[in-house]
Design a protein around this ligand. Structure first.
Ligand code: SF4
Length: 362
């Protein structure tokens, strides 16, 4: 799937169809990818740059670090101020600026903040530190949420009283509905997230075709896979058909992973979730059911979160696909990967980081 010769042929084929679309409609087609890994793959492979005059590729709200609201970061920094606590998080969150500073700065000031690769690592830390409260910052989409639920099951099985998760998870369907309902961006089709679809299944995206008359193709992460899916989207557009295609059939099934879905339903329930740049979206996240409230950091600890400090960072608009990174005055000026002002420049899946690394014009 990453063979350069096949990729080159696939690219030419996509360009040919895109040109036919342009001739027919007088404009280029615009697709949105809804996965941070796709954003990075498009930039890194050069596909986005090569196609810029033929296909508009907009990065949507698919980077878990980028969509996490400022208040959750401020809350974690505040929670770390008590000496009897250990905060655990994924690495990318450490450098996301909070209203005052980052978790990294809090750590250098002596707070016990640890980077873990899995929420299960933080359960182990709780087991090894029974005199400390261990709090995990639970971010992520449907791909990650089952692992958070697994961590709760482990903590329950081990009868831990000192482990909680600050849940701020996100679901893809509600945010896509908000984007489409807003009509802020013209989207001809979606390149849908392969990893999320493993859990939710192809059927979870049928609403796009049935209710919004918009096509989507579930795709993988290698150049040939991405191009093959774009080709299929263009074919649908040219044939004036609307459909959801599973182009990642090796791992994505029609109904998804039913075991994971049942697992989520056992521990979690829908909740109105805050998104960066979009405020609260009804039922767009999952939180622990009341039965598991003992593992819910938001219920266990009192945190007073003020309105986040306003900056010139435009990540909120980047996430909604309204602007490109170059349209932010701070891009490659005040804001770079070594001095990020917003999460889209911090995250390894962030749109600004992808542009900076692979697409910026000096
Ligand atoms: Fe925010 Fe930096 Fe991106 Fe501007 S370039 S939107 S400041 S992350």
């Amino acid at each position: 799937f990453s063979d350069p010769t096949i990729a080159r042929h696939s690219l030419e084929a996509v360009i040919q169809l895109a040109e036919r679309f342009k001739e027919e409609r007088g404009r280029i087609p615009v697709f949105m990818e809804v996965c941070g890994s796709h954003t990075m793959a498009f930039a890194k492979s050069g596909i986005k740059t090569r196609l810029k005059d033929h296909v508009g590729l907009i990065a949507g709200p698919g980077c878990p670090v980028c969509v996490t609201d400022q208040k959750s970061i401020d809350a974690m920094i505040q929670l770390s101020e008590e000496p009897d606590r250990i905060l655990c998080t994924f690495g990318d969150m450490m450098r996301v600026p909070g209203s005052k500073f980052t978790l990294m700065k809090a750590k250098t000031e002596g707070k016990d903040i640890r980077v873990v690769y899995s929420p299960l690592d933080s359960v182990k830390i709780a087991e090894e530190n029974p005199d400390k409260e261990v709090i995990f910052l639970g971010i992520g989409f449907e791909t990650t949420i089952p692992i958070l639920a697994l961590a709760i099951r482990e903590a329950e099985r081990k009868e831990l009283k000192n482990f909680t998760i600050w849940m701020t998870t996100k679901l893809v369907e509600p945010v896509l509905r908000v984007l489409l309902d807003s009509g802020e961006v013209k989207i001809d089709g979606f390149l849908l997230p392969g990893h999320v679809s493993i859990v939710t299944g192809k059927q979870s995206f049928n609403f796009l075709a049935e209710e919004y008359e918009t096509s989507g193709v579930i795709t993988g992460f290698e150049p040939v896979q991405l191009l093959s899916s774009m080709y299929k989207l263009l074919e649908l557009l040219l044939e004036k058909k609307v459909d959801i295609i599973n182009d990642y059939t090796y791992v994505v099934k029609e109904q998804g992973n039913l075991v994971a879905q049942d697992f989520l339903k056992h521990y979690l329930e829908p909740h109105d979730e805050e998104w960066r740049g979009m405020s609260a979206i009804p039922k767009s996240g999952l939180v622990l059911k009341e039965k598991y409230a003992q593992f819910d950091a938001k219920k266990k600890f009192k945190v007073v979160i003020e309105e986040p400090r306003k900056t010139k960072c435009r990540c909120g608009e980047i996430i909604r696909g309204l602007i490109t990174p170059e349209q932010c005055v701070l891009f490659n000026k005040g804001c770079t990967p070594s001095n990020p002002i917003g999460p889209c420049m911090v995250s390894t899946e962030g749109t600004c980081a992808a542009h900076y690394q692979y697409m910026r014009e000096e």
